[in-house]
Design a protein around this ligand. Structure first.
Ligand code: PRP
Length: 227
């Protein structure tokens, strides 16, 4: 039996000079699970599990620079000085597909607040259409994580970031499993301060603005509504 070893670093920071970071993961586990996710034979049940695993790996990377403060606890032996997260963290899943990333990230950050954003892409224009947002007008979270498995044209992510910035959020990070090169460029151009974390970047968008080779429609594959 022969095998090929592909050397990888856990993540490559492609650029952080323009303000926000752009981080593309290259961990073997990420590549393994993304490949299963792409496969058209992957069932909705497995698709949801894979999104879950990849969201954990993305969130681990994207939360490396969250602020912490010293925190003293009493162990059964004595006291110990450790750390705890400082400041309010918001998760903003873009409906629908982003919902599949909420539980795994919330499991890592149990005190996070979840602020849903409803956006769908118009099938004719591929422009994002907003249909749900209940962001308050004051007291923005300190750090917002935008959750959406797909970043195609980048329009939905830019729209979500605009909502969050309008609320007053100063630090925002986009976590996407699969992105197009064009979509990443669009977000970096429109929202240069936002950090972007992706598992994989594909080169192309087709005429319907779907990522190619991509994985199809993450919302439909998550919720078994692919007709
Ligand atoms: C998909 C995807 C993103 C968006 C990406 O959602 O989940 O939200 O498209 O495309 P963009 O980068 O070109 O804006 P979709 O509009 O299909 O809605 P759904 O999640 O309800 O299926």
């Amino acid at each position: 039996m022969s095998s090929t070893t592909i050397e990888n670093s856990p993540a490559s920071v492609v650029s952080d000079s323009a303000g926000g970071k752009f981080v593309q993961m290259s961990h073997p586990l990420v590549m393994h699970h993304v490949t299963r996710l792409r496969d058209q034979n992957t069932t909705p049940e497995e698709f949801r599990h894979l999104v879950h695993r990849l969201a954990v790996l993305l969130a681990y990377e994207a939360t490396q620079d969250l602020p912490v403060e010293p925190h003293i606890v009493q162990t059964p032996m004595t006291s110990a000085t450790g750390s705890r997260l400082r400041g309010r963290i918001g998760l903003s899943p873009i409906l629908r597909a982003g919902l599949g990333m909420v539980d795994p990230v919330l499991n890592l950050i149990p005190d996070a607040e979840v602020w849903h954003l409803g956006l769908y892409r118009d099938e004719e224009t591929a422009q994002p259409v907003k249909y749900y947002s209940k962001l308050p007008t004051d007291r923005p979270v300190e750090v917002a994580l935008v959750l959406d498995p797909m970043l195609a044209t980048g329009g939905s992510a830019v729209s979500a970031l605009a909502e969050l910035y309008n609320w007053g959020v100063r630090r925002a990070k986009v976590l996407s499993i699969i992105a197009s090169r064009e979509g990443v460029a669009e977000v970096r151009t429109q929202c240069p301060d936002a950090d972007i974390y992706v598992c994989v970047v594909d080169d192309d968008l087709n005429s319907q603005k779907f990522i190619v080779p991509g994985l199809g429609d993450a919302g439909d594959r998550t919720f078994n509504t692919e007709l």
